[in-house]
Ligand binder design. Structure first.
Ligand SMILES: Cc1ncc(COP(=O)(O)O)c(C=O)c1O
Length: 413
């Protein structure tokens, strides 16, 4: 198996397992494909850093001059800063921002902030010192329900995210009371892994209608941002797992134009915030098999990863395709892949060589989004390294954690 021209086994020998391999060529190709869909409509693209982020990725993304960045914590912001990502292209998100995060926005360490509640506008005013000015977007709860897994759905009526329509007038009043906050537009995000363009169109329609309501308060939204959630194919042969990005962005642009014309207002600019669509396919996790066991009715392959470094299969049944890098018998059997933690941390079912044994290497595909970023230290296990591959070369982006790293904050260690 080669990833961007690099032999997977060479990576295993050099960096060990479990290993997160990031194919930088695939990231660049995903960004280029988004530009094909977006540029003709001047739709702005911001990468949602929560999907996967580290200093070297931030540094690499600075080279994509047409790309903005969304961060949702001080940690993500400092990562962007250390990678040299320009502040004016960064937007700060978050449903519950700390005082430090609000201060970072007031100090203009970001280009704009997306405020999640009317109360957050008051907190910004309390924390302001001097003559700080700020570009402010408001995140709304448009009530658009994307048909996806309930646990990762946001933006519906009954979630914590965004400002409900009932609270819009209070948010408008707070903005008008603080003219140093420049109203920069409206935002809503409707979910994850959406393969149908319709929720994005419905969301943009709802945002333009909301823009008309804010215009009636004298607040003109120059921009609407329809969030991320653009679906990525996870199974090699699942035809339905595909979002037509070109058609979706065209439909959104048409909807915004027509809806704004109906409401007698100029069409706002449109922005999107893809995370998964930029990094998911670029990630591969390489695992070493630690044991293969035939139990009552299933064969289990236990690998050296698990829910500590890849929690999504356990949290909400996320599926990843798995292939064998070694262990090539022509006869294949279905196995249940498990991690090594003291939980039933099944990572999914996979059809693997019958002679698979301890020491073999497996590759889990499309782990670029929400895998490394969600990793933790359950069982005091150190998190994997991240290596970038690019045009046949490999380079360490994040070193492997050690047991000493895991113990670093223990007093008395
Ligand atoms: C506000 C916001 N924007 C963008 C994203 C990125 O979503 P995705 O990675 O599914 O594109 C998320 C994900 O939760 C989000 O909450």
């Amino acid at each position: 198996m080669r990833i961007s021209g690099v032999d997977a086994l060479e990576l295993v020998r050099t960096y060990g397992t479990p290993l997160t391999v990031v194919n930088v060529d695939a990231i660049d190709a995903a960004i280029a494909a988004l530009h094909v869909a977006c540029d003709r409509y001047k739709t702005e693209i911001a990468y949602a850093a929560k999907a996967f982020f580290c200093v070297e990725l931030a540094r690499h993304l600075t080279g994509h001059s047409g790309l903005a960045l969304d961060v949702c914590s001080l940690g993500e912001l400092v990562t962007a800063e250390r990678g040299g990502f320009p502040a004016n292209r960064i937007t700060l998100h978050g449903a519950g921002k700390s005082d430090d995060e609000l201060r970072a926005a007031l100090e203009r360490r970001v280009g704009r902030i997306v405020v999640d509640s009317a109360a957050e506008l008051d907190r910004l005013a309390e924390l302001r010192s001097g003559d700080a000015r700020l570009d402010v977007m408001l995140r709304l709860n448009t009530g658009i329900e994307a048909h996806t897994h309930a646990f990762v759905r946001t933006g519906g009526d009954d979630t914590k995210f965004g400002i409900a329509q009932n609270d819009e007038a209070a948010a408008a009043a707070a903005l008008l009371a603080h003219p140093w906050m420049r109203f920069a537009g409206l935002h809503a995000h409707v979910g994850s892994q959406i393969y149908d363009g319709a929720p994005f169109v419905a969301n943009s329609h709802a945002l333009v209608e909301a823009a008309a309501r804010f215009a009636s308060h004298g607040l003109v939204a120059e921009r609407i941002v329809i969030g991320g959630g653009f679906g990525v194919q996870m199974r090699p042969n699942a035809g339905g797992e595909k979002l037509d990005m070109v058609a979706t962005i065209a439909d959104v642009a048409r909807c915004v134009r027509e809806c704004a014309a109906d409401l007698g207002m100029p069409p706002p600019n449109v922005g999107i915030e893809p995370g998964r669509a930029i990094v998911a396919a670029a990630g591969t996790t390489l695992y070493r098999v630690l044991a293969v066991k035939r139990q009552h009715s299933r064969t289990f392959a236990i690998v050296d990863g698990g829910m500590y470094e890849n929690p999504r299969p356990a949290i909400y049944g996320a599926h990843h395709h798995v292939v064998a890098v070694t262990g090539h018998s022509s006869e294949r059997v279905e196995m249940t892949l498990c991690g090594r933690t003291c939980e039933n941390d099944e990572l999914g079912a996979a059809v693997l060589p019958k002679n698979l044994a301890a020491g073999d290497v497996l590759a889990m595909l499309a782990t670029g989004a929400y895998t490394f970023g969600m990793a933790g230290n359950y069982n005091r296990l150190p998190r994997p390294a991240v290596v970038a591959v690019h045009a046949g070369e490999h380079r360490l982006w994040v070193r492997r954690e050690t047991v000493d790293d895991v113990l670093a904050r223990d007093t008395g260690a």
